[in-house]
Design a protein around this ligand. Structure first.
Ligand SMILES: Nc1ncnc2c1ncn2[C@@H]1O[C@H](COP(=O)(O)OP(=O)(O)O)[C@@H](O)[C@H]1O
Ligand SMILES: [Mg+2]
Length: 229
């Protein structure tokens, strides 16, 4: 599903390139659940953003579902993203001025889903995740865990094939974190490919493969024999 070849990313700082990613090669098959770990500043978010098409590499090639992301036009890339990828951010990134219902509905508006169908899809998700009672509240009226749950529901509503999550439990307590990992496992069993960035060994162990980044390079990859696809 994802094929990164010789991906590097650098910024010019005072006329000199500072590398954030260095020659990253990575193959992720459909249905995998991959965890990315590494110290702060090692390039985890940058790598996830490259995979999520939110950031372009300086060098290398990226193929997503057989299509060359690095050589396609911006508009095509946006379409590919909207159609296939759900992104969950550490800081939730909900829209403050919109209710829970409206936040969840947003990706469907981008996809031009018709109003009646949107209503059915949002209601279905509200039901499934037990947040019907919260639908008219605004993000500020929710706890961190509830906001992240809304962020997850929003990422899932358009039925993405790939779910990307950047430290999704970073701001949550351990029980909320565990619930979200259980939810990820379930979604993964339903066929959604997941790539998550995490600081937690425990959360990483939900994945079938753990990638360790150090200074922008893949330092090691460990297979989780308990969770093979
Ligand atoms: N626009 C930028 N210009 C220069 N350096 C940057 C820029 N964006 C990120 N970085 C640097 O890239 C490094 C890796 O960032 P990031 O991918 O966020 O790491 P991680 O998620 O592992 O903490 C950090 O040291 C950060 O300061
Ligand atoms: Mg980060």
């Amino acid at each position: 599903m994802i094929q990164l070849q010789h991906i590097s990313k650098w910024y010019n700082v005072g006329g000199k390139p500072v590398f954030i990613l260095k020659d990253v090669n990575l193959l992720i098959r459909e249905g995998e659940f991959v965890s990315i770990m590494g110290p702060s500043g090692s390039g985890k978010s940058t790598l996830l953003n490259v995979i999520g098409m939110l950031d372009a590499p300086s060098e290398g090639s990226y193929e997503f579902m057989g299509q060359s992301v690095t050589s396609m036009k911006e508009k095509q890339r946006t379409e590919l993203y909207k159609k296939n990828i759900g992104f969950i951010f550490q800081a939730y990134h909900l829209i403050d001025e919109l209710t829970v219902y409206e936040n969840i509905e947003t990706p469907l508006l981008y996809q031009n889903v018709k109003s009646a169908e949107r209503r059915a899809m949002v209601s279905d998700m509200l039901d499934r995740f037990n947040i019907v009672g919260k639908k008219d509240l605004f993000p500020a009226q929710l706890s961190g865990g509830q906001q992240q749950l809304v962020g997850i529901v929003r990422a899932l509503i358009a039925r993405p094939k790939l779910l990307l999550a950047d430290e999704p439990t970073g701001n949550l307590n351990s029980k909320q974190g565990e619930e979200i990992m259980e939810l990820f496992s379930k979604i993964n069993e339903e066929g959604v490919t997941i790539v998550q960035v995490t600081h937690s060994e425990k959360n990483a162990a939900y994945g079938s493969r753990i990638i360790h980044l150090l200074d922008g390079r893949i330092e090691s990859v460990s297979e989780n024999s308990l969770k093979q696809v």
